[in-house]
Unconditional design. Structure first.
Length: 143
C-alpha cells in the first residue's frame, strides 16, 4: 500500500513541476518607475560603477518614482539606485547638500521636501553611480 502511494506522490510531483517552472518564467509586471527606467536605458549597457560623477552645468538630477535617480551627461545616463529607492517620490523637491561643488557623490545628502507644505518629508541615501552608454551597433553585430 505504501509503495503505490509513494509512486502516486512522485508522479504528482513530476506533473506539477512544469506548472511551477512556467510560473517562475512568466514576466514580472514592472512598476511605473521600473518601466520608465527600462525605456530610458533601452539599447544601453552598464559600465563600471563610480562613487562620484561630475555635474557641471545646468543638467538636472531626475527622479524616477520609487526606482532611481538619473543624470544625463552627453551620451551617458548615470543611474543611482540609492539605498532606499522606495523613498524616491517624483512629486517632492530634492534639496542636495554637496560636499563638492563640481561633483555629486554617494556621501552627499539629499533631503526631500513636500512640494505643497514645504516641510522635510524624507532623506535619500545615495549609492554608487552606474554609467549606461549606448551599444555601438558594429560591436554588437560582431559580439
Amino acid at each position: 500500500m505504501i509503495k503505490p502511494l509513494a509512486l502516486a506522490t512522485t508522479a504528482f510531483g513530476l506533473l506539477a513541476a512544469p506548472v511551477q517552472a512556467q510560473e517562475k518564467t512568466e514576466a514580472v509586471e514592472l512598476t511605473r518607475g521600473e518601466a520608465e527606467l527600462a525605456e530610458l536605458l533601452e539599447g544601453r549597457v552598464a559600465g563600471e560603477p563610480r562613487s562620484c560623477i561630475r555635474t557641471i552645468g545646468s543638467r538636472n538630477l531626475n527622479q524616477i518614482d520609487g526606482t532611481a535617480l538619473t543624470y544625463r551627461d552627453g551620451d551617458t545616463v548615470w543611474v543611482n539606485y540609492t539605498r532606499n529607492p522606495a523613498d524616491i517620490d517624483d512629486s517632492e523637491i530634492m534639496v542636495i547638500k554637496r560636499f563638492s561643488s563640481t561633483s555629486l557623490c554617494r556621501s552627499d545628502q539629499i533631503r526631500l521636501v513636500d512640494r505643497t507644505a514645504g516641510f522635510l518629508s524624507g532623506l535619500i541615501f545615495l549609492d554608487d553611480f552606474v554609467p549606461y552608454t549606448k551599444v555601438d551597433s558594429e560591436v554588437a553585430a560582431e559580439g
